[in-house]
Write a protein that binds this ligand. Structure first.
Ligand code: FAD
Length: 818
């Protein structure tokens, strides 16, 4: 039997190798239009940075080895131009000699792969614009890097190839911008998991431009290239890599009249046989069965290509073999993170109109007491009968193991109830007696058995405040990173004794750091007659999905290690190991440590929870400490903090003033948002102003609500910020009394009495104060924490830091704290 194989890489080379093992006497010829066969396309991005040092390491097998070991006739630089199905011949062009010839076959296999999509946009053919799919393209990129020494690169496309390329360019020292049309990178995972990746990319210095598309590429003013995006961004750069997806190479099959599916893939049966029984096809070029939906799909990954190749080879050799189809399992490394998924994600399930539930766990990869434990965000999607539809995970260690276990469970038609019972290997360095896979099984089963209900991160802000209250069962120390306004805070350990503080007649959305303590709380509440649901994934998931941009900004603007050195000499240095602890562990440990330190002392803390990298800046800011440096490397977050405000910050602050001598002015810190206290604050301030003395009111935390404009203001906010806005009173007219509010009756009575006795209303008092020159400052730090924007505050309010307030206080001899 004479077998011709078109395409000599993943699918083609594997088919040839398998065929030889089952058919020693067949004549097997491989045609490959490129110069290399059987190379490692999956390894290409890693040679850019030198992680894979030698280019030759990518050339997995040589033509000589294939000939000598497998007796294959391998012809590189030979492009198959056409198929004559009637005569069972192909026409081949020898690209080195530009000579065409014909070759006959008994069986033909097509593994022609896919090619990167290059959109028809101006400038995509510019010098310095590349795609990465094979060795010559890799060579072109590395040569450009060697000769031009680029400093900046733009990667277009946030799929796995784009992300791998971005990472390797950063490793090489380039400043990378990544432009992605969707609002997330990594389409196979749901938004909340991608959001963790976004945070991580930014921590590693990648500038993400999400929801933005490539418009054109032109010559830059100061650099070889400029990328223009649909949103109007103009990114000057030295190098552009396009990785916006692939298109199947199926012209050959189409021209031969083989049955094709509408999106251009070759139709095959489960023997990998095309509509012509003598022609088989495998790999990126074919359409396959999606096991979970039973519908046709395609999947451009090496694993399925290699399995299809084996099936095709067996059938060509006359053996019976079938390819079941794909569920879609993939994994990618993005700096310190591993992102893996299997099965269908939420978007695909919705598109397929399959009803589903989901749960998200944040458990450690191994026993938390064994050094180096790191959390995994693991989401499980399943049906009402417990059937598993998919799973996705992000973390620094042990991620792919969990996804592979669940992929196996899907292949075996197991249910979430089976995940509860799976007996997985365990010793402290490797896992836990309740593996994260078991835990998501428990959670899913709890939900299906009716022991727990969940709300997802994107449903929280839609809860009607008249019907719902939020119960936060975290420790008070954790709230310094992220208090949820309006939420009732009762730590889990106190819940049983404080049940009477919970509102009757309202449903409770219970939240904690990761969703675990809130589940325990929910079980107490349910058994005590409360209607409670669990916020899935807890604050950690909310935090990933609604990154606090201010925190990122603060981290970026943090003093460098050099300025930290200067500060360190004045205080004692401490080291704190918080590795293995998960949210809120590192923050709580840090809190305890900082409490024991003196002003000016410096602590260097290490943690394996990547969420800590995002939280530590906010925590430092809210507790009046200084984040000096932050680094993420090899799965470890290292943060350096100084107790109190760093010397460098004090002296460099725009607010810094020469120390004045105390005067007779008034400084008041207004912390409260209660009506009675706000009225008192403005009566006193107006009194001082009327005596010709200067009065400065510094509004912080709940006090900021007094300054909010009554009407809604259109500003961009993340979810946490929206929740703050949603739960807090908007402006002076919406405040209530601190005591005897009596569901609003007390507040109405006071307002009525004030009117009766001609006392100005609070909004009028504020106006008078402003007219009398009372300085009204809004605390920048509290605004950041509560997500209040400048535009939302009354006109004339100044935004200020503690230093401004302190400078004013030293000039005053009357200080109030309300
Ligand atoms: P290919 O391996 O692409 O081989 C097709 C070959 O056919 C090409 O060499 C082409 O030159 C040749 N050809 C096409 N037309 C003709 C013709 N008319 N005549 C002669 N020759 C022809 N997958 C994963 O599972 N994990 C990964 O980590 C991963 N990383 C990747 C990283 C990169 C940078 C790239 C580009 C791909 C990666 N993939 C990964 C995808 C994986 O490489 C493909 O799914 C797999 O190679 C598909 O195999 P194939 O045989 O269909 O196509």
């Amino acid at each position: 039997m004479k077998v011709l194989i078109v395409g000599g890489v993943a699918g083609g080379a594997t088919t040839a190798a398998r065929l030889r093992r089952v058919s020693e006497d067949s004549e097997i010829i491989i045609f490959e239009k490129g110069p290399y066969v059987s190379f490692a396309n999956c390894g290409l991005p890693y040679h850019i940075s030198g992680t894979i040092k030698e280019r030759e390491q990518l050339l997995v097998t040589s033509i000589e080895d294939l000939r000598d070991l497998l007796n294959l006739d391998v012809r590189a630089n030979q492009e198959v131009l056409s198929i004559n199905r009637e005569n069972k011949t192909v026409t081949v062009r020898d690209l080195l000699n530009q000579r065409d010839y014909s070759e006959s076959y008994d069986k033909l296999l097509l593994s022609t792969g896919a090619s990167p999509i290059v959109p028809p946009l101006p400038g995509v053919d510019h010098e310095g614009v590349f795609v990465l799919h094979n060795i010559p393209e890799l060579d072109a990129i590395t040569e450009w890097i060697e000769t031009r020494q680029p400093k900046r690169a733009v990667v277009v496309g946030g799929g796995f190839i784009g992300l791998e390329v971005a990472e390797n360019l950063v490793e090489l020292g380039l400043k990378v911008d990544l432009v992605e049309m969707m609002d997330q990178v990594m389409a196979p995972v749901d938004y909340e998991l991608a959001a963790e990746v976004h945070q991580h990319l930014e921590l590693h210095g990648v500038n993400l431009h999400l929801g933005d598309g490539l418009k054109a590429i032109e010559t830059g003013l100061n650099s070889p290239l400029q990328v223009n995006t649909s949103s109007g961004l103009e990114l000057e750069t030295d190098l552009v890599i396009l990785s916006i997806g692939v298109r199947p190479n199926t012209k050959l099959a189409k021209d031969a009249g083989l049955e094709m599916e509408p999106r251009g893939h070759i139709c095959v049966n489960d023997h990998m046989q095309t509509s012509d029984p003598d022609i088989y096809a495998v790999g990126d070029a074919v359409q396959v069965n999606a096991c979970l939906t039973g519908k046709p799909t395609f999947l451009a990954l090496a694993g399925p290509a290699s399995k299809q190749a084996r099936v095709a080879a067996d059938n060509i050799a006359g053996r019976e073999a079938t390819f079941r189809g794909v569920i879609g399992t993939s994994v990618v490394k993005i700096f310190d993170l591993t992102v893996a998924s299997t099965g269908l994600n939420s978007r695909q399930l919705k598109e397929a109109q399959i009803p589903f539930e989901s749960v998200t766990g944040h458990d450690n990869n191994h026993a938390s007491y064994y050094p180096g434990a790191a959390p995994i965000q693991l989401k499980l999607l399943f049906g009402s009968q417990g059937q598993i539809y998919g799973a996705q995970a992000v973390g620094t260690q042990g991620v792919e193991k969990r996804i592979d276990v669940i992929a196996t469970a899907i292949h075996g038609n197991m249910t979430v109830y089976d995940l509860e019972e799976l007996e997985l290997s365990y010793a402290p360095p490797f896992g836990s007696s309740r593996d994260p896979v078991n835990v998501v099984g428990f959670m899913a089963a709890n939900l299906l058995r009716g022991d727990m209900d969940v709300v997802q991160w994107d449903q929280v802000e839609q809860l009607d405040p008249d019907e719902w209250a939020v119960l936060d069962v975290r420790y008070p120390e954790e709230l310094s990173v992220s208090a949820i306004p309006g939420a009732i805070n009762i730590p889990l350990s106190q819940l049983r004794s404080r049940l009477d503080e919970l509102p009757k007649g309202k449903r409770l959305a219970v939240i904690c750091g990761t969703g675990k303590r809130s589940y325990f709380a929910l079980r107490i509440l349910r058994q005590k007659g409360f209607d409670a649901v669990n916020v899935s994934g807890g604050y950690k998931t909310l935090n990933f999905t609604h990154r606090n941009d201010n925190t990122m900004e603060q981290v970026e603007n943090s003093p460098t290690a050099a300025s930290a050195q200067a500060v360190q000499s004045t205080g004692t240095e401490y080291n704190l190991d918080a590795c293995g602890l998960q949210c809120p562990g590192p923050i709580l440990k840090l809190y305890k440590q900082v409490n024991e330190m003196n002003d000016g002392d410096v602590v260097t803390v290490t943690a394996t929870d990547m969420g800590f990298a995002a939280d530590v800046g906010a925590w430092a800011k809210s507790t009046g400490n200084s984040l000096l440096a932050l680094d993420v490397s090899k799965g470890i977050v290292t943060a350096q903090l100084q107790k109190g405000l760093a010397q460098s910050m004090r002296t460099n602050s725009a607010d810094s003033q020469p120390v004045p001598t105390p005067g007779k002015d008034l400084t008041m810190v207004v912390f409260s948002g209660d009506l009675d206290k706000a009225i008192a604050a403005f009566i006193i301030a107006n009194g001082f102003a009327s005596l010709g003395q200067k009065a400065t009111l510094f509004f912080t935390f709940w006090g900021l609500n007094i300054l909010r404009k009554p009407e809604p203001v259109k500003v961009k906010k993340n979810l946490i910020e929206k929740m703050f806005g949603w739960m807090m009173p908007r402006g002076a007219d919406k405040l209530t009394l601190s005591q005897m509010n009596m569901m609003g009756a007390g507040t109405a009575m006071i307002k009525g009495i004030m009117k009766k006795y001609n006392v100005d209303s609070l909004p009028e008092m504020i106006k008078t104060a402003q007219e009398n020159g009372v300085r009204i400052l809004a605390c920048q730090m509290s605004m950041d924490l509560m997500g209040i924007k400048h535009e939302e505050l009354l006109d004339g309010v100044e935004i200020a830091g503690v230093a401004t307030m302190a400078a004013s206080a030293t000039d005053s001899n009357t200080h109030y704290f309300i």
